[in-house]
Design a protein around this ligand. Structure first.
Ligand code: NAD
Length: 257
């Protein structure tokens, strides 16, 4: 119960890593606002959480600055303040570099990069006015620093997101607000099923993963909970990679068939 009494907002919380994060923050005692663009899935998830007193669900497109500001306002209206903001919503179209249209590039940057910026700015502004610190966590990716030409807009957005994290960390440090990133490796979710983790992709990913397996959503959620807690009180500006050793690996490792 490290987060008892804290108020958290998680975007992209209807499923996958965002849902697991919301569940973990709830289990640690926080009150949680779950935001997502997919209302149907969001309503299902919130019903399954069965914690009506400690959750609020809200339809939000994080690419829309006005809606992100309204999300923070709604959290404050319901739970009186905001202590933890998790900018997790994201999209990852798999498409060769030369086939990326302006429309695809714009949407990925709007959701992943500008969405994180809007969330960081809106939460930071509110936390500064509250005067009691806070933590902002941006869901990055190992692709922020690796080059996969089939997810170029995504990789570019996550590289930029790491700079949202570091610049905001310095901007907000005087207010006792920490801004950190989490960079997952390959985690089995609907985002990665199919496009990333097909047969060829499976071998390519695991031959670059020393721990020899995919990650579970709970293994990302637990790191978010740690970073959100006072156990991480001296970490700011950094993105922590949770990737089974993939980012630091030189050469390849054998894959168990
Ligand atoms: P997912 O597709 O399962 O879930 C993403 C959620 O975000 C969905 O519920 C979706 O409706 C929501 N969303 C999409 N666009 C939105 C928008 N504009 N506004 C609000 N909500 C929106 O994906 P996931 O695997 O759980 O990924 C979550 C985050 O983790 C993403 O930022 C992703 O880039 C990052 N990530 C995932 C992996 C992985 O292997 N799964 C690896 C690295 C980083």
């Amino acid at each position: 119960m490290r987060l008892a009494g804290k108020v958290a907002v998680v975007t992209g919380a209807a499923r996958g890593i965002g849902r697991a994060t919301a569940e973990r923050l709830l289990a640690e005692g926080a009150q949680v606002v779950l935001a997502d663009i997919d209302v149907e899935q969001l309503d299902k998830t919130v019903a399954e959480l069965a914690a009506p007193d400690r959750v609020l669900a809200m339809r939000v497109d994080v690419a829309n600055q006005r809606e992100v500001v309204q999300l923070v306002d709604a959290a404050v209206q319901r739970f009186e303040c905001i202590d933890i903001m998790v900018n997790n919503a994201g999209i990852a179209p798999v498409i060769p570099f030369l086939d990326v249209t302006e429309e695809i590039l714009s949407r990925v940057l709007d959701v992943n990069l500008k969405g994180a910026f809007f969330g960081t700015q809106a939460a930071g502004r509110q936390m500064i006015s509250q005067g009691k610190g806070g933590v902002i966590i941006n869901m990055s990716s190992i692709n922020s620093g690796l080059a996969n030409p089939n997810v170029a807009p995504y990789a570019i957005s996550k590289g930029g997101m790491n700079q949202v994290t570091s610049t905001a960390a310095v901007a907000f440090a005087p207010h006792g607000i920490r801004v950190v990133g989490v960079g997952p490796g390959t985690i089995l979710t609907e985002m990665t099923a199919g496009a990333f983790v097909n047969t060829a992709g499976h071998h390519a990913i695991l031959s670059r993963t020393p721990l020899g397996r995919y990650g579970d959503v709970s293994e990302i959620a637990s790191v978010v909970a740690f970073l959100a807690s006072d156990d991480a009180s001296y970490i700011t500006g950094e993105t922590v990679y949770v990737d089974g050793g993939r980012r630091v690996l030189n050469y390849l490792v054998p894959v168990k068939e």
